[in-house]
Design a protein around this ligand. Structure first.
Ligand code: FES
Length: 159
């Protein structure tokens, strides 16, 4: 990883946005990467704006990969005010925003964020349209106690 990228990641981590469970969320998506063991859960709350359903707020929890946290922090800001279709149309590198191009070994970190967003927003994922499960105090709790509210997808890190 370049020093520049490391600095941008550290800058995003110095003031991470939208970390933690979102009370009253309308949708939730979770994904995991079997190779590195990282998991990421993302909550979304919608609002009506000019007759359209747009993302009011999105938050996330992760197990600690710095790049995934940095991307999730930037991405959850980026998708505010967008319709689900507009958010789903964003490419992985757009979600990573000002971090810029990621090295090959870190691209899957951004894909994890993209996967969680997809799991929360894809219209056909009806099971993810249920509100986030209350009482899940940690990401691990949410996976182990409320599997019915979580879609766990193991991404192919080679993609
Ligand atoms: Fe796997 Fe970042 S190292 S998500």
């Amino acid at each position: 990883m370049t020093d520049d990228l490391q600095k941008r990641i550290q800058a995003a981590l110095a003031n991470p946005q939208n970390m933690g469970e979102l009370a009253g969320a309308d949708a939730v998506g979770a994904v995991g990467n079997a190779d590195c063991g990282e998991m990421l859960r993302l909550w979304v709350k919608f609002k009506e704006q000019n007759g359209k359903k747009v993302i009011d707020r999105a938050t996330f929890q992760s197990f600690g990969c710095e790049t995934a946290i940095a991307v999730a922090s930037l991405a959850t800001e980026l998708i505010r005010g967008k319709t689900p279709a507009e958010a789903l149309a964003l490419k992985t590198e757009e979600l990573a925003g000002e971090l810029g191009p990621l090295p090959p070994m870190k691209i899957h970190c951004a894909q994890l964020v993209e996967g969680a967003l997809r799991a929360a927003l894809e219209p056909q994922s009806a099971e993810n349209k249920t509100p986030a499960q209350p009482g899940a105090s940690t990401l691990l709790d949410s996976f182990s106690k409320h599997p019915e509210g979580v879609k766990l997808t193991f991404l192919d890190p080679g993609k």
